[in-house]
Design a binder for this molecule. Structure first.
Ligand code: BGC
Length: 361
């Protein structure tokens, strides 16, 4: 039964629990134009973003769940809607060196580490405080050695549903010992609207502000090469539908089972908040522009979504949703020519990601 107290129709009681002695709950953000977001502080998971289409009809545009149990089960393997960290993406053989010490992470993707292993940020209970209707503060103290990473890392995230219809994430962190730090958000978007079944995102139009991308091998590990997008299916400098070239006989698309690649964002200055990508559903007219201070953007076209059932019996088949993960390049520890993700003791980490919604007919 849909709950009538919120547009999404989620029952807060289904998210109220205690995990490892910490309380979980459902948090609802609203802005004055009627947009709504539902979030649980378990994994800082975004469960819904209710966005108007070009006729003013509000629908959820992210993969989500009715209960905490379901969200936990599916985010464990698919990282649905969660924050990923301390380090997003794959680390070859789960090994890295900071200073004079080598660190070894849990191997959860062939013989590599994906998204910091099975005990990353997506599986912890964040301390949450909602100071106003459109904003949520999320804090987590990542203890030295947790998930294999050095340093007590104090992480602060602010989720804001802005008055101009954007979901804005501000990240801040500090550590008491040099470590690696590179979080991201793993929301799965379908701008036509999540349904039963959720329709394919292959009709979504995409633009990505990148002249280069990072090729991967058959295990989605980075080869270290930085390759031009020119004359390849990775050229999104002008608008293309996701499906137009996704099934081409291209080794990179075969390796990723579709798009699962990091794009090198064009920036006038390092750390500037700049345009990364745009995505439009030609069916609903909903448009999402992505902005970030980070140097990279992963477009992952939901190639491994298995069709499970989520919120209000909606289903999520393969390629029914797309992730735009803003972050530094993956596997920087094993590719010294990539920008560093070392967070030094005493340094303040600060990054911003904006998912800006609008319509276009
Ligand atoms: C990765 C994919 C992975 C997916 C997990 C993405 O960020 O790039 O390779 O399968 O997360 O759901």
């Amino acid at each position: 039964m849909k709950d009538k107290t919120n547009l999404t129709g989620l029952n807060p009681e289904n998210f109220q629990s205690v995990i490892n002695g910490k309380k979980t709950d459902l948090y609802i953000l609203r802005n004055s134009s009627g947009m709504e977001m539902c979030i649980t502080n378990y994994g800082a998971i975004v469960l819904s973003i209710m966005v108007p289409d070009c006729h003013g009809k509000f629908e959820n545009v992210v993969v989500g769940f009715d209960t905490l149990e379901e969200a936990r089960r599916q985010s464990k393997d698919y990282y649905i809607g969660a924050v990923i960290g301390p380090v997003a993406g794959r680390i070859l053989r789960g090994t890295f060196r900071v200073g004079e010490k080598d660190y070894h992470l849990q191997l959860n993707s062939v013989s590599n580490t994906l998204h910091s292993g099975d005990n990353g940020f997506h599986t912890v209970v964040w301390q949450a405080r909602q100071p106003r209707e459109n904003q949520l503060f999320l804090h987590y103290l990542h203890a030295d050695g947790e998930a294999g990473f050095p340093g007590n890392i104090a992480v602060r995230m602010t989720y804001t549903l802005t008055e101009d219809n954007a979901f804005r994430i501000d990240y801040e962190a500090e550590t008491d010992c040099d470590t690696l730090f590179c979080p991201t958000n793993h929301a799965y978007f379908n701008l036509t609207g999540i349904g039963n079944p959720t329709t394919s995102i292959e009709n979504h139009l995409v633009m990505i502000n990148a002249d280069f991308y990072l090729p991967t091998d058959e295990n989605t590990n980075h080869t270290g090469e930085i390759r031009t997008v020119a004359d390849t299916p990775f050229d999104f400098r002008s608008c293309h539908s996701i499906g137009e070239r996704i099934n081409q006989n291209n080794l990179q698309l075969l390796n990723g089972h579709g798009y699962d690649h990091c794009f090198v964002l064009k920036k006038a200055a390092l750390h500037e908040l700049s345009f990364a990508a745009a995505c439009i559903s030609p069916v609903s007219g909903r448009k999402m522009d992505v902005y970030t201070t980070e140097p990279g953007l992963i477009m992952y076209t939901g190639n491994y979504l298995p069709g499970f059932t989520g919120m209000h019996n909606t289903t999520y088949p393969r390629r029914s949703a797309v992730c735009f993960e803003t972050q530094c390049f993956p596997d920087t520890p094993n590719n010294q020519h990539f920008p560093s993700i070392v967070l030094r003791e005493g340094e303040l980490y600060k990054q911003t990601c904006i998912y800006q919604f609008s319509t276009q007919s």
